[in-house]
Design a protein around this ligand. Structure first.
Ligand code: SAH
Ligand code: SF4
Ligand code: F3S
Length: 474
């Protein structure tokens, strides 16, 4: 059985093509794995290297440099990358001048070890070291191996205009913060991404304005815990520079929503312990902030949540769900779930299923627990749930989610929804696919509309993964 199949898409490597300066003579093949943050970082990397001699190519055969932006979140995410590296290493044997680099979370986690384990890797650069890439490449061209895995307390790449790698040109991502200070006991991210830091709000609004002017119609604001975004305020709540304004996440969203009413705003990820009503009120106030919240619960049992060090109980989570339903009627909610965490009993697992039924999630990313080196859970608890049990529980969670998604989508039939067209559907060039405000894919005959347009679609049918419909003329 595959680990929750819904995550497959997020983990697919994605190759990308960009043209930089006219005089660029070398080719970069960039492949990204992991979360949206990694895809967004790859756009920063492409931008830095476009200024330093490299155009990107979508044909790895013609590359002078292959960079793999990696993820460490679960063991199988790392395994995938190791397999890819083996393939590139074979190619390097035939073409010794090919440079191979590893970026992102796995680079940060394994550091120097990467050079010892994977002998044919030339460059190892952690998530805060991308400005150093041109120098690292020079070292390699001079015949050495090059590593930079320094984490920073300040780096946000705020001044770098990312090269948009998604060629469709309708939806884009903007990183608003980096790192994470939460220390959930199962999670490797605080070790691979370093301390939490927020990005200058002016640079965020500028990027949102530029992306809108370039024809994009949707931005997703990214952070591991967007609700703890804060500018000019210390962690203790003190104002840092009295001359300057302070900005929290609710205020930042408002600033981005005001860029243009035709620019949709999404965000990810919210943390149940920090998501406040003022954020929900801003979502309700602005038509162009989507009625969709990704609120990872991880488990429906308070003891498991305590062992996970998540900072909330089941009751607290349900209170946040009640607040969403009260303040934003018609908001769709998705989540992340881990099955088989250390010590999880059958009753505790049942609590996850019952919470799912209570909330009626529209969608979930579902995983079985994978122990990660150095994390609190690895040091404190035994990874004692047998793999078959973890997988059986995961399958129960997947089956229930399938049923809930079906019910949710069935409920949408007959409604007319505003959809932003993203492009052709996977199956046919006669149909378009876009998403409604609740982040559900909607497929419909294209008629005379075009990608980037908003259309009103009447929902006529559904599958567990998408809604089907037809454009209604106003
Ligand atoms: N910052 C986000 C999550 C980032 S990681 C948050 O706090 O919600 C994305 C998801 O991967 C997590 O929500 C969790 O469900 C899953 N995950 C993280 N570490 C994991 C591990 N060791 N084993 C299995 N799943 C894990
Ligand atoms: Fe990991 Fe928790 Fe931070 Fe999310 S909030 S990135 S799960 S430590
Ligand atoms: Fe993976 Fe790093 Fe993102 S571990 S999920 S790429 S922050």
């Amino acid at each position: 059985m595959e680990e929750g199949k819904v995550i497959d898409e997020a983990l697919q490597g994605q190759a990308t093509m960009v043209e930089g300066k006219k005089e660029n003579s070398k080719k970069l093949f960039l492949e990204s794995y992991g979360c949206q943050m990694n895809f967004s970082d790859s756009e920063v990397v492409a931008s830095i290297l476009a200024e330093n001699g490299f155009d990107t190519t979508n044909n790895s055969e013609e590359a002078d440099l292959v960079l793999i932006n990696t993820c460490s979140i679960r063991e199988n995410a790392e395994q995938r990358v190791r397999n890819r590296l083996k393939q590139y290493n074979k190619r390097k044997k035939q073409n010794p001048s090919l440079m191979i680099g590893v970026l992102g979370c796995m680079a940060e986690r394994l550091k120097q070890k990467f050079l010892e384990e994977e002998k044919l890797v030339d460059i190892v650069a952690g998530p805060d070291a991308y400005r150093a890439l041109p120098g690292l490449i020079e070292e390699v061209e001079g015949g050495q191996k090059a590593v930079n895995v320094l984490l920073s307390r300040e780096e946000t790449y705020a001044d770098i205009a990312p090269v948009r790698l998604d060629k469709k040109g309708v939806t884009g991502f903007i990183s608003i913060m980096r790192g994470c200070d939460n220390m959930c006991s199962f999670c490797v991210v605080p070790f691979t991404r370093g301390r939490e830091r927020s990005r200058d709000p002016e640079s965020i609004v500028k990027e949102a304005t530029e992306i809108f002017e370039a024809g994009y119609r949707e931005v997703t604001l990214l952070g591991q815990n967007v609700d703890s975004y804060r500018w000019n305020v210390s962690k203790k709540g003190e104002i840092i520079d009295p001359e300057k304004p302070t900005v929290n996440f609710a205020q930042l969203m408002e600033m981005v929503a005001q860029v243009n009413p035709d620019l949709r705003v999404r965000f990810s990820t919210s943390h149940p312990k920090d998501m406040t009503d003022d954020v929900l009120e801003v979502i309700a106030k602005y038509e162009n902030i989507c009625n969709y919240i990704h609120l990872p619960v991880q488990s429906g049992n308070s003891d498991v949540l305590k062992r996970m060090n998540r900072g909330y109980t089941r009751e607290w989570y349900m209170d946040r769900i009640a607040a969403i339903n009260r303040i934003i009627p018609d908001c769709s909610i998705s989540t992340d779930i881990i099955t088989g965490f250390c010590g999880e009993t059958e009753e505790e697992h049942q609590d996850t299923l019952s919470l799912m039924e209570e909330v009626k999630f529209q969608f979930s990313y579902m995983f079985f627990y994978s122990e990660r080196p150095k994390t609190l859970a690895e040091r404190k608890f035994e990874d004692d749930i047998p793999l078959e049990t973890k997988k059986r529980r995961l399958q129960e969670v997947i089956d229930l989610q399938h049923k809930l998604s079906n019910e949710f989508n069935k409920n949408e039939v007959g409604k007319v929804q505003r959809v932003l067209i993203e492009g052709f559907s996977k199956k046919s060039e006669d149909d378009y696919v876009g998403r409604n405000s609740g982040n559900v894919s909607v497929i419909f005959p294209k008629e005379d509309a075009k990608p980037g347009d908003y259309v009103d679609v009447e929902i006529t049918d559904y599958t567990p993964g998408s809604l089907l419909g037809k454009i209604v003329k106003s």
